[in-house]
Write a protein that binds this ligand. Structure first.
Ligand SMILES: *Cc1c(COP(=O)(O)O)cnc(C)c1O
Length: 471
């Protein structure tokens, strides 16, 4: 298996070459040259497998530069009951007739990002040891990504994490999750500014190529192909749990921000998993809903990006979206480049409404979309608690609302549960008048000692901290 860039760079790379990279050299995103096809016989064989074995089978189709027995061991070490709370890893339960919740948020940080990040931590450690190299991960977080990365990389050999976050702006629970880690390879830098300042600092450090090379700076952002690949597995696992045989179709409703989660669903569907609809659920930051309704993709400015009660979906542009558009355009790299570099760079938007390809988004690729407001999230949380005695978080509420709008009678609709309610307790209190339950291991974490250093909003100060903590 080789990987290509969505913008047409002539090089073809192998999995471990792109594992530790972000964008392709031409600014495009990596995708496999073709999607391996899974036939009915393979599906029925996979139906019986435990999650870690299923992960190994799927990953094997995309990774041919890690020996099989090593890859199998990495999957077995990652997807355990101990890390993910249940032997099923992603248990499915029926909520109402034909609508299911697939739990993706029982990992260490209680959000679905653990599903991929835990594997990434083990892959990084493996590959760095094989190369005899080190990596310093520099990131910016407003909550979920930073904690998932830290819990995945803590104690890993060859890896350090330098995670910037806006001082005092994450929820108390999120701060406690990150800052209570005592591992020597984890560094929390609370920047005296907002999330955009953190992102600007990370960009500035990464653009200093000498510094980047000297200190081996890398990232773990959502455009990383290995993260996306790890997420493909739970679409198969959800399908097997919701169906009795492999002739049935299902649909998925996916709370979306950077289009990483639902893009994994697109990959599963391209491989031949019988998926009817992929429902893209957005909140008030409806860049993606606008595209799937109108064919216009319009990146938002900072002033047009709303702070909502499903904050992990508060995006101004969807960084994985280029992967889907490349497939939608029949894998035309020149056209993809013209849209994402040319038109988006110049005008901040492109318009496919007049392009025959646009109709294919729904007809051929199964995509539909929906948008929710704060009031709708609160109403959905309240209603789900009252009628089904089930507590869901604000992101999952966006997904459930979207699911109900697109459900097909007689066909399972699976809502991906992307976080547990405890992470967004204020909205639960607003909806129900009381705090959500807290898993036992998180009781009292707000009062644990905190390991965090305050750093001014200054690129040089961050560089100085990294250089002083790199030996
Ligand atoms: C990251 C995140 C999302 C959005 O996922 P994308 O892959 O960016 O589309 C949704 N819900 C939660 C809880 C998240 O942490």
């Amino acid at each position: 298996m080789r990987y290509l860039s969505t913008r047409g760079h002539p090089d073809r790379r192998r999995f471990c070459e792109i594992l530790l990279e972000g964008l392709a050299p031409d600014g495009g995103l990596y995708l496999p040259e073709s999607y391996p096809q899974v036939d009915a016989a393979t599906l029925s064989k996979w139906r019986q497998l435990p999650y870690a074995e299923l992960a190994f089978e799927i990953l094997s189709l995309y990774i041919d530069d890690i020996p099989s027995e090593d890859l199998r061991a990495l999957c077995a070490k990652t997807y355990t009951e101990e890390v993910f709370g249940t032997a099923d890893i992603v248990p499915l339960r029926e909520l109402e007739d034909g609508v299911y919740l697939e739990a993706l948020s029982n990992g260490p940080t209680l959000a679905f990002k653990d599903m991929a990040m835990q594997l990434l931590g083990n892959l990084f450690e493996y590959e760095l040891a094989r190369r005899g190299e080190e990596l310093n991960i520099l990131g910016a977080t407003s909550g979920d990504t930073g904690s998932a990365a830290e819990y995945a990389m803590r104690g890993k050999k060859g890896v350090r994490v330098f995670m910037t976050s806006p001082d005092g702006r994450m929820t108390p629970f999120q701060q406690a999750q990150m800052f209570s880690l005592q591992d020597a390879n984890i560094h929390n830098l609370a920047i005296e500014g907002v999330f955009d300042d953190c992102q600007d600092i990370v960009k500035a450090v990464s653009n200093d190529l000498d510094f980047k090379r000297k200190y081996k700076i890398g990232t773990v952002n959502s455009i990383n192909w290995a993260r996306l690949l790890a997420q493909v597995v739970y679409y198969f696992a959800g399908y097997f749990q919701a169906t009795g045989d492999d002739t049935q179709k299902v649909s998925f409703a996916v709370p979306s921000g950077n289009f990483g989660n639902v893009c994994a669903g697109h990959v599963a569907r391209m491989m031949g998993l019988p998926i009817h609809r992929l429902v893209v659920a957005t909140n008030e930051n409806d860049v993606l809903d606008e595209f799937f309704r109108t064919g216009v993709y319009r990146v938002r400015g900072a002033a047009d990006t709303h702070e909502t009660s499903s904050p992990s979906m508060d995006i101004s542009k969807a960084s994985n979206f280029e992967r889907f558009v490349f497939d939608l355009l029949g894998r035309d790299a020149a056209k993809t480049r013209a849209l994402f570099e040319g038109e988006l760079g110049k005008a901040g938007r492109f318009d496919l409404s007049g392009d025959p390809a646009f109709a294919q988004a729904k007809e051929r690729f199964g995509f539909v979309s929906s948008r929710s407001t704060h009031a709708e999230r609160i109403a959905t949380i309240r209603d789900t608690d009252k009628r089904f005695a089930t507590l869901i978080d604000t992101h999952t509420a966006d997904g459930l609302k979207a699911a109900r709008e697109h459900v097909t009678p007689g066909e399972p609709m699976i809502v991906l549960e992307t976080a547990l309610p405890i992470k967004f307790a204020a909205s639960i209190v607003e909806a129900l008048g009381h705090e959500p339950d807290r898993p036992a291991r998180f009781i009292g974490i707000e009062s644990l000692p905190k390991r965090v250093i305050k750093v001014p909003k200054d690129v040089e100060a961050v560089k100085r901290y990294i250089s002083q903590h790199c030996d």
